[in-house]
Design a protein around this ligand. Structure first.
Ligand code: ATP
Ligand code: MG
Length: 268
């Protein structure tokens, strides 16, 4: 069995510039597409205008550990509230989910999860606060979870659904293909190498920043591309599409030509 990981970005299921808002149309499009495409999924959603503002108000982030504070439970409660609404819409569209907290991904029994998927009930988790042994609390974003899931389960590709139609260049055009030369460990847009090694900071220097001023606790597009880079090095492709067009999401899920960006491994 080979799974399709779907990361429903916070930018596609909420309005990131409006705290604690829901993009119902976006979620419905995704739900219908997932249902109609009928693949075997591991589902993840992001924090959008729920998790990011909650975490940043209390100084929580993916990139350092914190001690206990009200922000831990506040952020977790806000994420649960968002997830209930997302999962309710998925259920109403015939997509049945089984929720696991991000803290427990490493502890999941792989065979049980795969059996569950065979019975057409799909594991779902979301960006959240986790605790790490002897270190403290930190945020784990949905993109990082996608990487964790791909290390643990048999995954063929990861589909990132976002608020934009893909990864955009400085003219506002979608970059259709970003390639990784696995032998060199470099990421290229066209002939231009944009990353070497394990740093994701260089993306930010090369890609235009289209983002609004909404709070972010997990590294935004730069970290998303770093995840895609790590996935490509494992031979797993990543696709980036918007939630706006249901048929286009179905095409991406089923492996047909779609409008958006793809990060793949080129050659050896
Ligand atoms: N060059 C770019 N191409 C595409 N999107 C960009 C670019 N620069 C910045 N962005 C922003 O990055 C967003 C996607 O990353 P972001 O982390 O904000 O969303 P997300 O991962 O969907 O949300 P969440 O983190 O809540 O899951 C896009 O919606 C866009 O606003
Ligand atoms: Mg993000």
């Amino acid at each position: 069995m080979s799974l399709t990981v779907v990361k429903m970005g916070g930018s596609s299921i909420t309005f990131k510039d409006k705290p604690f808002s829901i993009n119902e149309e976006g979620i419905k499009n995704i739900a219908e597409a997932l249902s109609e495409a009928g693949m075997q999924y591991f589902l993840i959603h992001g924090g959008g205008s729920w998790g990011h503002p909650a975490a940043t108000i209390y100084g929580l982030s993916s990139f350092y550990h914190s001690d206990g504070s009200k922000g831990i439970s506040f952020t977790k409660i806000k994420m649960l509230q968002l997830s209930v609404q997302v999962q309710k819409i998925l259920m109403d569209k015939g997509l049945f989910t089984f929720y696991f907290p991000a803290q427990l991904i490493d502890a999941l029994n792989k065979d049980e999860v795969l059996e569950m998927i065979e019975r057409s009930v799909y594991p779902i988790t979301f960006g959240d606060v986790i605790y790490e042994h002897k270190k403290g609390f930190r945020v784990i974003g949905g993109d990082e979870i996608a990487l964790k899931v791909s290390y643990k389960f048999p995954v063929n590709k990861v589909v990132f659904i976002m608020g934009t139609p893909g990864i955009m260049d400085e003219n506002g055009n979608v970059i259709k293909k970003i390639s990784i030369k696995r032998s060199e460990g470099s990421m290229y847009i066209g002939d231009v190498p944009i990353i070497k090694g394990n740093s994701f900071e260089r993306f930010e220097k090369i890609l235009p920043k289209i983002s609004e001023n909404s709070p972010d606790a997990t590294g935004g597009l730069g970290f998303k591309l770093y995840v895609a880079y790590m996935l490509a090095k494992m031979g797993i492709s990543s696709e980036f599409i918007s939630a706006g067009d249901k048929e286009n999401i179905i095409k991406a899920l089923k492996g047909y030509k779609f409008d958006g960006s793809v990060v793949i491994t080129d050659g050896s």
